[in-house]
Design a protein around this ligand. Structure first.
Ligand code: LRH
Length: 488
């Protein structure tokens, strides 16, 4: 029996999970969990990359204590953020978080040199203020000049563990610097930033065998013998691989800090409407594209929960929301004001006040406002995706931590009038492991992996309940009018 380890690091926590495949059943064991989050220093936000490395090492040590002598290992993290590496392999400067305010005006400035239309035609990537392209455009010139290599976070973790630097495509596509036509970094875009192609490692596909963990690390930390295999290193790419879908016409909602809502396609979709409505075409494993929309997801409730000093669990907040008056006040979840406000509860309340809506006061009212707004976003975007692709989505899968939120799953099913299949919560880890298992021949292909996931984990179906059509039309109109800005 082979041992597969997945390191999955999100914006708020990371895990090391041990996966095994026995008689066609995939089993997971969480062997290490740690917190993640950005550190604030003088008005800027950074990741603690050294701590992430330490935590991976600790997870590997724990695996060894549990009897794992040999394994493969795949790493996935959130997208877009990067590390600059100097000529002797040293890290240059801090690793900025994508929620750092330095990019507030970066897109506007860059669009004076190249229009968003041109950028979209090249890359098919949505405009998010924090795409790597925009981040690099405002990065300290001095540091950039010294950077021999620019690596995205998981590529850098690979590099530190193996000494090998590659640029894995699923995550690289989120830089907004890959050209859909040449299938490589776009040298003209790089030139706009004063960068060169050789500052970025060679692109590789998920499943690429990077090699063993460096011997000195194995010896110094008593690690198991581990071969690193590139997972789909963008967590959303892994999450979509882990969707237990059947057939062709399904959509997904990967629900974590972000809600990523979309479809898997064999071709990118860069129509005028897709561009205007700001849909993205992130690259997936096996030559697929994730045509999706980012929705400011559980981040909204995570922040509110912190502001109540974690006095309520997520389940309690959902329960309080259930008891609160429905559709009393709504927010445009994707508005930049909610990206990283000093206080989320206040940002929500002041938006409601400014727009003449009742101001939510209690935790239940705030949570209800967030969940109603999220469900209306899902409803609007699924319908928009169906319109743009010309396909009716027969199944909508909610995967990730948010698939545990019964209230939100049921509300989304009701508004959409569609069955929702919720689970597994661990789809990102499962997608990460699936790539390793396919790479070593234990699983034939992604269809087989999805079938295995489907029968290895509990999946719950939410059937839509009847909804008053007038109420639905009214709320949809209200939601639409709040999202006045098309680039959201
Ligand atoms: C989700 C995610 C998402 C990106 C964002 C930066 O964790 O990777 O797909 O847009 O973080």
């Amino acid at each position: 029996m082979n041992n597969y380890l997945a390191v999955d690091i999100g914006a708020s926590s990371g895990r090391v999970i041990w996966g095994t495949l026995q008689e066609g059943v995939l089993r997971l064991q969480e062997i290490h969990r740690f917190n993640n989050g950005f550190i604030e220093k003088e008005g800027h936000f950074y990741w603690d990359i050294e701590n992430l490395l330490r935590q991976i090492i600790q997870g590997l040590q724990q695996a060894k204590r549990l009897g794992v002598e040999e394994c493969t290992l795949g790493i996935d993290t959130w997208a877009v953020d990067y590390v600059l590496v100097g000529s002797s392999g040293e890290r240059i400067g801090e690793v900025y978080s994508y929620r750092d305010p330095r990019t507030d005006r970066a897109a506007n400035l860059l669009h004076q040199k190249i229009s968003f239309q041109e950028l979209y035609a090249k890359t098919g990537i949505q405009q998010l203020s924090f795409n790597t392209l925009y981040q690099l455009s405002v990065h300290e010139q001095e540091e950039l000049r010294k950077a021999e290599q620019i690596m995205l976070v998981p590529d850098y973790l690979h590099y530190r563990l193996t000494g090998i630097s590659k640029s894995e495509v699923t995550n690289a596509s989120t830089t907004q610097m890959l050209n859909l036509h040449t299938q490589d970094y776009d040298v003209d875009l790089l030139a706009l930033l004063g960068l060169q192609r050789n500052q970025f490692p060679a692109l590789v596909q998920p499943g690429f065998r990077l090699g063993p963990i460096r011997e000195e690390l194995v010896q110094a930390y008593h690690l198991p013998r581990c071969e690193l295999i590139c997972a789909a290193t963008h967590d959303t790419a892994s999450a979509v691989l882990g969707v237990p879908a059947r057939g062709e016409s399904w959509g997904y909602l990967s629900s974590g800090t972000w809600s990523l809502i979309g479809v898997e396609r064999k071709q990118p979709l860069t129509s005028h409407l897709a561009m205007e409505s700001n849909y993205t075409n992130e690259w997936g494993a096996f030559g697929t594209y994730r045509f999706l929309k980012n929705v400011m997801g559980m981040w909204l409730i995570q922040q509110v929960r912190k502001e109540y000093d974690n006095a309520y669990s997520f389940a309690e907040l959902a329960e309080l929301a259930t008891a609160a008056e429905p559709f009393r006040s709504l927010i445009p979840c994707n508005d930049d004001r909610f990206l990283n406000p000093p206080n989320m509860t206040e940002a929500i309340r002041s938006f409601c006040a400014q727009t003449g809506q009742p101001v939510p006061n209690t935790p239940g009212e705030i949570a209800r406002c967030i969940f109603d707004s999220l469900a209306l976003s899902y409803d609007a975007y699924v319908r928009e995706i169906e319109k743009m692709t010309g396909e009716n989505l027969e199944e909508l899968h909610i995967v990730g931590g948010g698939s545990n939120n019964e209230f939100l799953c049921q509300l989304s099913a009701d508004l959409l009038g569609k069955d929702i299949e919720a689970g597994p919560t661990e789809s990102t880890v499962l997608g990460n492991l699936a790539i390793q298992m396919i790479a070593d021949g234990a699983i034939r292909d992604i269809q087989e992996a999805r079938a295995i996931i489907r029968h290895s984990f509990a999946i719950r179906t939410y059937k839509p309940r009847p909804v008053d059509p007038n109420m639905l039309a009214e709320q949809r109109t209200k939601f639409h009018s709040l999202h006045f800005n098309r680039i959201n």
